[in-house]
Design a protein around this ligand. Structure first.
Ligand SMILES: Nc1ncnc2c1ncn2[C@@H]1O[C@H](COP(=O)(O)OP(=O)(O)OP(=O)(O)O)[C@@H](O)[C@H]1O
Ligand SMILES: Nc1ccn([C@@H]2O[C@H](COP(=O)(O)O)[C@@H](O)[C@H]2O)c(=O)n1
Length: 253
């Protein structure tokens, strides 16, 4: 039986029991996936799922145990004892391993340098992908913006909106080096390109799969990039789904 009473919608307007709308965003390192996706989620009143955080948190956990993340067997060993949680609220983002808040620690260059080793272990990928789908299904949100490397192709290939967010390599390196104060610009650029080379051997996030829209932010500022992504979403979703007034979201699109 379908319950049509007012209580049958969640606080952000999603009918109880309905699957959230998925906006899938992939792209290379420093392309703006997290910052742009978070802002898009705010504008739509959607949840925001940072999938890279799971790989980073596992790399952090492995390093805490003195594990070499290039050794798949050791990574799998330590993954058995990995108690991971993440917030899908774009206004209150946190990542935890057990009771430890690792939101900042997982951005440390030492974790960034180690993360690709963890991400190339197939069982790790299958396990975290199942977790991502469960987090979205249980989110009680009208929609969720999910960003990573294989969201448009593996995690949510049937999502109604699939975007490859990209920018020229030198632009991505410059944006990232503006954030990182502990390394010089050349080291930041080298680390970023090395990670892309390693990651793209596992999943292809440099070319758009069929049906995936490319948003190239090379010549766009941050706000223009957010607007370009919102434009793709508006074009792909029925108005009632992409309109924050209809979905009861707090902020305007
Ligand atoms: N269009 C843009 N113009 C200017 N700066 C931008 C733009 N998009 C993102 N940025 C900035 O670039 C930096 C990198 O963005 P962000 O961390 O979101 O990238 P990312 O793709 O999630 O990277 P990673 O995969 O390495 O985590 C941030 O400082 C962000 O504010
Ligand atoms: N869907 C994904 C997301 C991330 N990774 C791996 O995690 C690393 C960190 O991701 P960030 O988005 O936080 O930079 C990334 O370098 C990949 O190794 C992935 O494999 N798949």
């Amino acid at each position: 039986m379908t319950d049509s009473s007012p209580e049958s919608v969640t606080e952000d307007g999603a009918p109880v029991g309905s699957a959230p709308v998925i906006v899938a965003i992939d792209g290379p390192a420093g392309s703006g996936k997290s910052s742009v996706s978070k802002q898009v989620a705010r504008r739509l009143g959607y949840g925001y799922l940072d999938t890279g955080a799971a790989y980073r948190a596992l790399a952090w956990h492995a390093l805490e145990h003195g594990i070499d993340t290039s050794d798949a067997a050791s990574v799998l060993d330590v993954a058995g004892d990995f108690d991971y949680s993440i917030s899908l609220d774009p206004d209150s983002y946190w990542v935890r391993v057990g009771a430890t808040d690792v939101t900042e620690a997982i951005r440390d260059p030492r974790v960034t340098d180690a993360v690709s080793g963890v991400a190339r272990v197939p069982v790790v990928r299958q396990t975290v992908n199942a977790l991502f789908r469960a987090l979205v299904a249980e989110s009680r949100r009208a929609g969720v913006v999910i960003e990573g490397r294989d969201i448009t192709t593996v995690v949510a290939p049937d999502a109604p909106v699939r975007i490859l967010l990209t920018a020229a390599p030198e632009v991505r390196a410059a944006r990232r080096s503006a954030e990182v104060t502990t390394q010089d610009a050349a080291a930041v650029a080298a680390a970023l390109h090395k990670r892309d080379t390693s990651d793209s051997a596992v999943v292809d996030f440099l070319t758009a799969a069929p049906g995936v829209e490319v948003v190239d932010s090379t010549d766009l500022d941050f706000d223009q990039t957010v607007d370009a992504v919102l434009g793709v979403i508006r074009g792909a979703l029925p108005r009632a789904t992409a309109d924050p007034v209809q979905t009861g979201a707090r902020n305007g699109i």
